[in-house]
Design a protein around this ligand. Structure first.
Ligand SMILES: *Cc1c(COP(=O)(O)O)cnc(C)c1O
Ligand SMILES: [Zn+2]
Length: 408
């Protein structure tokens, strides 16, 4: 049973019936899902969660769509790994890595798309669509394939080959738009008005966004039913960041965990940092930028939830941090070489951001800290291709010893 009460405008609080809308008719504010938290609190328990499936659907009581096996490719319930090497390198005693790069289509976007797709089917849609910075296209195409839906995915034309292929393999109609993500999004917003399609991050965005709450629930469960002192997450639109905190707070509100005092830290890359720059300048007004970052999955110049991400930072006593462009590849390599986890540009931004927060003294060595690794490195091989230099030899022991210089 779904415990959704209504959709509500985040600005003027007007309520709307549940449907495929994302904008308030009166003030143009964004809509969000309102839950009957009392009803959820009455039934939710740790035991009930633990008896659920090993996917994000173990938190179905807190989600806006019913579990539907037709769309399930097992998104969520990814590993939370206690860091050794990276923690030691940074001087942290309790660092955890939430490895969401091992989702079915290799990014956290499977969480939001799983929920959006289930809701789209409930609402009677037959076509799934999205405006994507790359990972979303992969996930929408995969979920549509599973659900037997038609898929249209819109991407900027300069995307990494791994993301284009990672979506194309599922055979969606793929449209590469000459321009940035923000141009793609503008086009899709117009199309969403004219076509009866579920654009996961436009007309069904309120449901979509709530899939990211599971990144909060899951970490709390995996930490043994407690919230971390710090969470670091890479941000593009700011939606995931905002929803991680909402998830932790809902667990507190319903008595699943207590004492959520998590400070939320938002990481962006220098070439597209509208949220972090607003934070640094002490503004709550986002000044849109033209994205020019190697972390293409974070290339949203006009972030829809930027303001709410800033509010989350404020409410949680967190911060925002900017990774320099050259630090992105360094962050990817550092994580790979200390922990055996290969992430994409967004993960490089998160690791570089974590490093800076420790250097600044914002994270103390004994504070439990979680860093969110949201996408897989095999989709953005371009960024770190400089590590590839195998030693080419003939297949003999002497050639090995001559070229590699190791003796038995
Ligand atoms: C989309 C994406 C993000 C950012 O998500 P937002 O909700 O738009 O802030 C972070 N990391 C990866 C890998 C992504 O694909
Ligand atoms: Zn409104």
């Amino acid at each position: 049973m779904v415990h959704v009460a209504a959709l509500r405008c985040k600005e003027c609080s007007r309520e709307y019936p549940v449907g495929a809308f994302n904008v308030c008719d009166f003030c143009f504010g964004p809509l969000e899902v309102v839950y009957d938290m009392e009803a959820i609190g009455d039934i939710a328990s740790r035991e009930r969660i633990m008896s659920g499936p090993y996917s994000l659907w173990r938190y179905a009581d807190f989600l806006p769509a019913e579990y539907n096996p037709l769309v399930d490719i097992n998104a969520g319930f990814t590993p939370l790994i206690r860091s050794r090497g990276l923690a030691e390198r940074l001087g942290l005693e309790e660092l955890w890595i939430k490895n969401d790069s091992v989702n079915p289509s290799y990014s956290f976007k499977d969480r939001v798309v799983a929920v959006a797709t289930a809701k789209a089917l409930e609402l009677g849609f037959e076509t799934l669509a999205c405006a994507s910075t790359g990972n979303l296209a992969c996930s929408v195409a995969a979920h549509a394939a599973r659900a037997g839906m038609t898929a249209y995915v819109f991407i900027p034309s300069d995307l990494e080959a791994g993301k284009v292929l990672g979506a194309a393999i599922y055979n969606p109609t793929m449209i590469a738009v000459n321009g940035s993500y923000d141009d793609v999004n503008r086009l899709c917003s117009e199309l969403a008005d004219q076509y009866q399609w579920a654009f996961v991050n436009i007309n069904v965005r309120p449901f979509y966004a709530d899939g990211s709450k599971t990144l909060g629930y899951e970490v709390a469960e995996q930490l043994g039913w407690r919230a971390p002192a710090h969470a670091i997450a890479p941000s593009a639109s700011g939606a995931m960041f905002t929803k991680i905190y909402q998830g932790l707070k809902e667990f507190e509100q319903t008595g699943i965990i207590d004492n959520v005092e998590t400070r939320m830290h938002c990481a962006q890359a220098r070439g597209c940092s509208p949220i972090a720059t607003a934070y640094e300048e002490g503004r709550f007004v986002i000044r849109p930028v033209k994205p020019a970052t190697i972390a293409k999955s974070l290339g949203i110049g006009n972030p829809a939830d930027g303001y709410y991400a800033l509010k989350t930072i404020e409410a949680s006593g967190g911060s925002a941090v900017i990774a320099e462009e050259h630090e992105v590849a360094e962050g990817i390599k550092l994580l790979a070489q200390t922990e055996g986890i290969f992430t994409e540009g967004a993960g490089g931004v998160a690791i570089a951001g974590l490093k800076r927060l420790v250097e600044r003294g914002e994270i103390q060595p004994d504070e439990p800290t979680v860093v969110y690794i949201t996408g897989n490195g095999l989709k953005t091989t371009e960024i770190v291709s400089d590590v590839v230099h195998p030693i080419l030899i003939e297949g003999t022991v002497s050639a090995f010893e001559q070229h590699v210089g190791v003796k038995a």
